[in-house]
Design a protein around this ligand. Structure first.
Ligand code: PLP
Length: 428
């Protein structure tokens, strides 16, 4: 049957397709939309021009030590995930997710306080609190949300917060949202922290906030000293344990266990999206009245959907595995040691100490990016970081060790680094 062009356009519109056919994107029309497009394109061009464009490699397999990239690149050894314990693809973790999905459904279509709380959410919160030996815990959709939601709910203009200058972006954003008096102390500098604590004595409450382990440098906060200062100046301590939960300390409880201050840290925020199965989710654990208050006041908790059952199932099983035995928590330390000592012997400088985040310090941004590309050509997936993610002149390739890397994986990585480092004159 013949139809006029106008009739065809009308039919396409009815079926949801634009002029380009069903499903083709529709460009918004109008002068304001055109100006916005131009402005965005200029901004994107600036990012490209500054050399800070972040591209995303597409993975066509599960997360794990060995990956297949979309487009066919198989046999890649992966050294850039936060899958510290290898639980992201652990068969029991996957089975627990499937069981939770089947029993409790795809999701709650609700926030927690309306009709989004299932027994598995309560069980997981209880398990997290038990794992960290704290009174209670509250789940969030991410640790970013947990950090965004705590400071505003807890602190007022009568209070003060003291934050390490290299804290994670989500802590910085969370602190921005609160009305407390803000102090930023130099990275892990206890003299500076003490000076700022003295200044902050005039306020009702002082909260020192620090990452337990810093993800760009692989260094661990001096928590013993921080807790001593906190005691001296009547302050509370908050730690973000995203890069510590599950594997630091004899039982994987984190930085506070490693440094023997479990009873001195008041509040812990951490993620379910790294060592604890790697799906998603975050939490706060600490005193019960604080957790009760967060349930009443914390905006990312109150106004965002409940964690999906499959995600809850993964994290719950990961915690079971860690609480059954400390073998998993300890399994990574020897691998980390192997990589750090072999790389140092080969002539590289590795930042941090004893942490599976092993930044290979190179200095020059271009060198870091070219070497990371050469490493991928040799089947080793690592990422170069440069300014503004790290300070100028401190570009590096960040290597992350996982418990499920074999010794052979680690040796292949060191060999490839040595070859590529020699090629680019990057060895000491
Ligand atoms: N805090 C730190 C130190 C992190 O490294 C991250 C993630 O990269 C987050 C918070 C946010 O965690 P999530 O991915 O659960 O939002």
């Amino acid at each position: 049957m013949w139809r006029s062009a106008a009739a065809v356009r009308a039919l396409r519109a009815l079926r949801g397709g634009g002029a380009g056919g069903a499903g083709a994107p529709r460009a918004a029309s109008g002068a304001a939309a055109a100006r916005l497009r131009q402005r965005l394109e200029n901004e994107l061009e600036d990012i490209r021009g500054a050399g800070t464009w972040k591209s995303e490699r597409v993975i066509a397999s599960r997360q794990g030590p060995h990956l297949r990239l979309a487009g066919g690149g198989g046999g890649i050894i992966n050294f850039c995930a936060n899958n510290y314990l290898g639980l992201s693809s652990h068969p029991e973790v996957i089975r627990a997710a499937v069981e939770a999905l089947e029993k409790f459904g795809a999701g709650l279509s609700s926030v927690r306080f309306i009709c989004g709380t299932q027994s598995i959410h309560k069980d997981l919160e209880e398990k997290i609190a038990r794992f960290h030996q704290r009174e209670d815990a509250i789940l969030y959709a991410s640790c970013f949300d947990a950090n965004a939601g705590i400071f505003e709910a807890l602190l007022t203009p009568e209070d003060a917060v003291l934050s390490d200058e290299l804290n994670h972006a989500s802590i910085i954003d969370g602190i921005r949202l609160c009305k407390a008096n803000k102090y930023r102390y130099k990275h892990m500098d206890m003299q500076d922290l003490e000076a700022k604590l003295q200044e902050a004595q005039k306020y009702r409450l002082r909260l020192v906030a620090t990452d337990g382990a810093f993800s760009m440098d692989g260094d661990i906060a001096p928590l013993r000293e921080i807790c001593q200062l906190a005691q001296k100046y009547d302050a509370l301590v908050f730690i973000d344990e995203c890069h510590a939960t599950g594997f630091l300390g004899p039982n994987g409880r984190g930085t506070d266990e490693l440094l023997g201050v479990m009873d001195k840290v008041t509040i812990i925020n951490s993620t379910l999206g790294k060592a604890l199965g790697g799906a998603a989710g975050g939490y706060t654990t600490g005193p019960k009245p604080l957790i009760d208050l967060l349930r009443q006041r914390s905006r990312p908790y109150l106004f965002s959907n409940s964690l999906p059952p499959a995600v809850v199932g993964c994290a719950s099983k990961a915690l079971d595995l860690l609480m059954e035995s400390n073998a998993i928590a300890q399994s990574m330390a020897a691998k980390t040691q192997r990589f750090r000592s072999k790389m140092t012997a080969a002539g590289f400088t590795i930042s941090g100490k004893d942490h599976p985040i092993c930044p290979v310090m190179l200095g020059d941004a271009r060198l870091a990016s070219v070497m990371a590309e050469d490493m991928l050509n040799r089947g080793i997936y690592v990422i170069g970081f440069s300014y503004p993610v790290v300070p100028k002149g401190k570009a590096r390739i960040r290597v992350q060790i996982s418990a499920v890397h074999s010794d052979e994986d680690i040796d292949r990585c060191v060999d490839a680094f040595t070859e590529v480092g020699r090629k680019h004159g990057a060895l000491r």
